[in-house]
Design a protein around this ligand. Structure first.
Ligand code: HEM
Length: 160
């Protein structure tokens, strides 16, 4: 059984890939650059795959986080935003495929709005994920023992 928390190792991929996908998609539409939109499409596809993998590891680590005393409500909040994020980007990918040859200004506006919504959901998911670690200590084996008022390691003589 692997003890190392795998979810925090992989979450950076969907966050980076999906947010860059949104930037390239929007730039592609605004500047009418097909190459940007092609790139955005592939970032979206790979980012979504990475997000599904990350979510799988998240579900795997959920039990350990609960057992470690992380409040269930905080985990559920992060999980709900993650699921909403993946559904949004999944629908975007399908929409993107479907609208391939029939982009009208209206379809484009819907797509860009949904992409921005996905971007916000992704950021919120990451924010609440960080809360699990930095506020509730999920997956943290040794919390810093120093008091907030001073360093954990006493200063060396003559080095102050
Ligand atoms: C799009 C999918 C997801 C993203 C982008 C994401 C993002 C994050 C981030 C940024 C952290 C903080 C990591 C750190 O600061 O080291 C985190 C932690 C965590 N996330 Fe997620 N998450 C996703 C899906 C899920 C799902 C579906 C679950 C299931 C409950 C989950 C459970 C957890 C847990 C338990 C932690 C605490 C660290 C650990 O024990 O592994 N995540 N997540």
């Amino acid at each position: 059984m692997i003890e190392h928390p795998l979810h925090p190792m992989v979450v950076h991929f969907p966050i980076a890939l999906l947010s860059t996908a949104v930037i390239f998609e929007i730039l592609g539409f605004l500047k009418q650059r097909e190459s940007f939109r092609q790139f955005g499409f592939w970032l979206l596809a790979i980012g979504l795959t990475a997000g599904i993998v990350a979510a799988g590891f998240g579900f795997w680590g959920e039990g350990a986080a609960k057992a470690g005393g992380v409040p269930e409500a905080a985990i559920d909040r992060h999980e709900s935003f993650a699921i909403a994020t993946l559904i949004t980007f999944g629908l975007l990918l399908i929409y993107r495929r479907w609208a391939r040859d029939r982009w009208t200004p209206g379809l484009r506006a819907i797509y860009i709005s949904a992409a921005l919504a996905g971007f916000v959901l992704l950021g919120t998911t990451g924010f609440f994920g960080g809360e699990l670690v930095f506020q509730y200590g999920a997956g943290v084996q040794k919390a810093a023992t120093g008091s907030p008022a001073g360093p954990a390691v006493p200063p060396r003589p003559g080095k102050n």
